[in-house]
Write a protein that binds this ligand. Structure first.
Ligand code: FES
Length: 200
């Protein structure tokens, strides 16, 4: 990738994420992927909220935008993917998103689907272990590095942590926590603002 990775001011960096992801270059999933790194330079520099048009996303598709130097995933989940979520609770480390709620899961996302609208997952694509960027593995079923009853989700290529379609981490994996849900709100149908939420 030719883009200079942005260094996050926090403990994790996208730099690490990029290096790790490079290890498995070529493992691109068959899932349609729309990359969109197009917030204005000014907004990027200021860490300003990023407005995203998600209206073109079809069920099962994912897009990535950059916010504060971090990749933010937006996934439009299919009814099947949503239906898989409650069944996975016993296998997850923090199914109800109770850990570090102020850091990881805004109040409006502390629900089964971890989102405002059930269909759309919005999550920071950085593993809670050492900061690699997990790979989308939306195809259910047995496949390398995943259990036979895999229902779709994300696999971190660095040390094998797995996350479900709501970014919730599976038990007994190196990653301790779920993926972060960033502050976000809908300005209108199909128009998402990442980096700011509606205060009551
Ligand atoms: S960085 Fe993801 S499992 Fe280690």
């Amino acid at each position: 990738m030719s883009d200079q990775p942005k260094v996050d001011s926090g403990k994790r960096t996208w730099l690490i994420a990029s290096s790790c992801a490079g290890v498995v270059g070529g493992v691109a999933a068959a899932v349609p992927f729309v990359a969109s790194f197009a917030p204005s330079e000014r907004a990027r520099a200021a860490g300003a909220p990023v407005e995203v048009d998600v209206s073109a996303l079809k069920p099962g598709e994912m897009m990535t935008v950059e916010w504060r130097g971090k990749p933010v995933w937006i996934v439009r989940r299919t009814p099947q993917q949503l239906a898989s979520l409650p069944k996975l609770d016993p296998q997850l480390a923090d199914p109800k998103s109770e850990r570090k709620p102020d850091e990881l899961t805004p109040e409006y996302a502390r629900n089964e689907h971890r989102s405002i609208k059930p269909e759309y997952l919005v999550a920071v694509g950085i593993c809670s272990h050492l900061g690699c960027s997990p790979t989308e593995k939306f195809q259910p079923g047995a496949q390398p590095s995943l259990p036979d009853d895999w229902a779709g989700g994300f696999l971190c290529p660095c040390h094998g942590s797995t996350f479900d379609m709501a970014g919730r981490v599976f038990k007994n994996k190196p990653a301790p926590d779920n993926l972060e849900v960033p502050p976000h709100t809908y300005l209108a149908d199909g128009r998402l603002l990442i980096g700011e939420d509606k205060k009551a």
